[in-house]
Design a protein around this ligand. Structure first.
Ligand SMILES: *Cc1c(COP(=O)(O)O)cnc(C)c1O
Length: 379
């Protein structure tokens, strides 16, 4: 198998311009000079900028997207059973357990790979207390209004795991405007990278205050005070905040490039047999963390991946997700009522490479490679 450096189109690329690298180093230098290394002015500036770009009243920076989820769940006092999709990252379900609640997997809609009001309703039990909706690949499902209504009617707490959805909108509304809180991740592959880090957005001042207590060891205040909650070391360091703040400054341009590539893929895939690009419902504007495409029955995904990589130097990006969580040994006892759509979409989609500086030439190479590889990947 070829090494990543031999690839013409790698699976992902983290993009920091020379100018941005200097800006990051300047901010870190300031932190080192002042000795303000965590929960300082850079983190505060990042929170302010992220809240503004997502039109959210409050933002709380955290150590990771995983801790952001656990803090949100704990701050909302969620216990009992929490409905989550099974085609999500490990952390969505794990955070529920760490927060002292129990996940229950619900099925997803094929078109969006996300929960719908109907799939949630089918999974509800008398013990259900909350729902974590995940904006898979960056697409905010047009079901979000119905999901929010269902949650309001049933007294369920709605949280958005928006780790894929920086800058995404639906009807002009950003992630975070349906749930009581939305959580983001700044893991290196995400649309905004902070090396590590996470963010919670909320419209509720009290919830924001709770989250700030939880992220800093449950202390009533940064400079001391009693430990009033069972928090942890969930702070964002100033070093990470510097990386995230600078990268966040490129969010609009990154989304524009990703959307240009996605539009190109979408029109080119219309002419290819065996593969169909995921349609973006009207009103939705995905940040295209991923570009999802569905494979026809009979196209072997592993063979397609191998032919693309070995004969064309094209690496597909990671799926969302190839293995649903109910197949993970650690979640063997998580309950669900059958997940047929999840099983099928997990097995039969691919994610074409998209990055924030992808060139038209690179996107063209991907499409030509697919044109030649797809017939050879038939079973
Ligand atoms: C990346 C991711 C997370 C976790 O974020 P980390 O910053 O890696 O802890 C949670 N949920 C989803 C859907 C993710 O993709």
């Amino acid at each position: 198998m070829s090494e990543p450096r031999d690839l013409r189109v790698p699976p992902a690329r983290v993009v920091f311009s020379a100018e941005d690298r200097v800006r990051v180093l300047d901010l870190i230098d300031q932190s080192l000079r002042t000795g303000s290394l965590t929960l300082g002015p850079v983190g505060a500036a990042f929170e302010e900028a992220f809240a503004a770009s997502h039109r959210a009243p409050h933002a709380i920076a955290t150590s990771s997207g995983t801790s952001a989820l656990e803090i949100a769940l704990r701050s909302l006092g969620v216990t009992g059973e929490v409905i989550v999709p099974a085609n999500t990252f490990f952390a969505t379900a794990a955070a529920v357990i760490h927060a002292g609640a129990r996940p229950r997997f619900a099925d997803v809609e094929r078109a969006t790979l996300s929960l719908s009001a109907a799939t949630i309703e089918a999974a509800l039990t008398p013990a259900s207390t909350a729902v974590v909706a995940v904006h898979i690949g960056g697409l905010i499902s047009s079901e979000m209004d119905s999901i929010a209504q269902l949650c309001a009617a049933k007294g369920l707490v709605l949280i958005e795991d928006a780790a894929h959805a920086h800058g995404s909108t639906l009807g002009g509304r950003h992630a975070g405007s349906w749930g009581r809180a939305a959580t983001f991740s700044f893991y290196p592959t995400k649309v905004v990278a902070g090396a590590e880090g996470g963010m919670i957005l909320t419209g509720e001042a009290e919830l924001a205050a709770e989250a700030r207590i939880f992220r800093d060891q449950g202390k009533a205040g940064f400079h001391g005070g009693a430990h009033v909650r069972l928090g942890s070391a969930w702070r964002m360091s100033e070093v990470h905040a510097a990386v995230g703040l600078v990268h966040h400054g490129r969010l609009d341009a990154a989304v524009a490039t990703r959307r240009r590539v996605a539009a190109f893929y979408h029109s080119e895939l219309a002419d290819l047999d065996g593969i169909t690009g995921q349609a973006e419902p009207s009103g939705a504007r995905s940040c295209h963390y991923k570009y999802v495409a569905f494979l026809e029955v009979g196209v072997d995904r592993e063979r397609l991946r191998t032919v693309l990589r070995e004969d064309h130097g094209v690496a597909l990006s990671g799926e969302v997700y190839p293995r649903p969580l109910h197949h993970e040994p650690v979640f063997a006892d998580v309950l669900h009522g059958g997940l047929p759509e999840t099983e099928d979409v997990c097995a039969r989609h691919v994610c074409l490479p998209v990055y924030s500086d992808m060139t038209d030439e690179e996107a063209g190479i991907v499409v030509s490679a697919l044109r030649s590889a797809l017939p050879r990947a038939r079973q």
